[in-house]
Design a protein around this ligand. Structure first.
Ligand code: ADP
Ligand code: MG
Length: 290
């Protein structure tokens, strides 16, 4: 039989915007020791903006932006929206052979050129020499921005710098969780330098970066095999397998339906303050039973 106090805990959680699936979820939430956060859209605002464009060789900025935006028309990634916003109303060329390379970027052909757009791993995989861009990339990444690289016909052509700032309340909520004794982990497909800079700002203990979308659930499994009781907090379609693998999956409000369907706990508001509230309540509820 389910103890009444847990049921009333589930009800109290709902009063401050935390939807707990069932009594079992609240019980599991009370014994967590490790909290894993998706970066984009969970710790950060998730509305990245292009803040700089640097070109290489004989590429000019307008051409780089036009070709990058043309490719991104086929992508639903937050980075795609940033690049399309920056391009504004300019007319974009037709793209043929468009491909999404999950966790890496996009590719295709336009205006007679072969195009690659994405992270350094993608360009290096395709034998594009990125040495010329290295210094600028490192500088931008160490400030917490994400470098997006454009190659035209196999040559490094432009570096777009994209920034996605932390949410206003992320650092304060994480501080509260840290004080409550949780180990805080960031899980992201972004590069390690960018991820570490943002983690430092947010007060995160451990960074797992450069993870391909299919690797997120495995990363959770590895933490569990170290004996940790793990919650995953995320909002994207990509996060669903990791939410399912975690001891408790927590979906941020306003995120994808798939994430919400998979999660044991859903936050009505898109704020990490709700995570701290939910976990404090789960501990208090279960403590009262002893
Ligand atoms: P996350 O959700 O943690 O940002 P993703 O797996 O979606 O991770 O993406 C990982 C990385 O792949 C991004 O940081 C970016 O460098 C690159 N990438 C993915 N999709 C695109 C895209 N449409 N345009 C440019 N870069 C992309
Ligand atoms: Mg995400």
């Amino acid at each position: 039989a389910t103890p009444m106090s847990i049921i009333s805990g589930v009800g109290r959680a709902a009063e401050f915007g935390v939807l707990v699936r069932d009594a079992d979820a609240l019980q599991r939430a009370s014994t967590l020791d490790t909290l894993v956060f998706d970066k984009t859209g969970t710790l950060t605002e998730g509305r990245p903006q292009v803040v700089a464009i640097k070109t290489f060789g004989d590429t000019v900025e307008a051409q780089a932006l036009r070709l990058a935006a043309a490719l991104e028309q086929g992508s639903s990634h937050p980075l795609a929206r940033a690049i399309l916003d920056r391009a504004g109303d300019v007319s974009l060329p037709q793209v043929s052979g468009f491909r999404t390379l999950r966790g890496l970027g996009v590719s295709g052909e336009a205006e007679g050129h072969t195009l690659l757009l994405g992270n350094q791993t993608l360009l290096n995989e395709r034998q594009v020499d990125t040495a010329e861009m290295a210094e600028e990339m490192a500088a931008r990444a160490s400030q917490g921005a994400t470098p997006v690289l454009l190659a035209i016909d196999g040559k490094a052509a432009a570096l777009l710098t994209v920034r996605d700032p932390l949410r206003d309340d992320s650092a304060a909520a994480l501080k509260r969780l840290h004080r409550a004794g949780y180990r805080l982990v960031m899980l992201t497909g972004d590069n390690p330098t960018t991820a570490s800079a943002i983690a430092r700002e947010a007060g995160i203990d451990e960074v797992i970066a450069g993870v391909l979308p299919d690797g997120k659930a495995d990363a959770i499994k590895r933490l569990q095999s170290q004996g940790r009781q793990v919650a995953m907090i995320g909002d994207g379609i990509n996060d669903a397998p990791a939410l399912a693998q975690a001891d408790v999956g927590i979906a941020m409000g306003g995120g994808s339906d798939v994430a919400i369907e998979t999660a044991a706990i859903t936050l009505m508001r898109h704020s990490l303050t709700g995570v701290a509230d939910a976990l404090a309540l789960s501990r208090a509820t279960l403590r009262n039973m002893k």
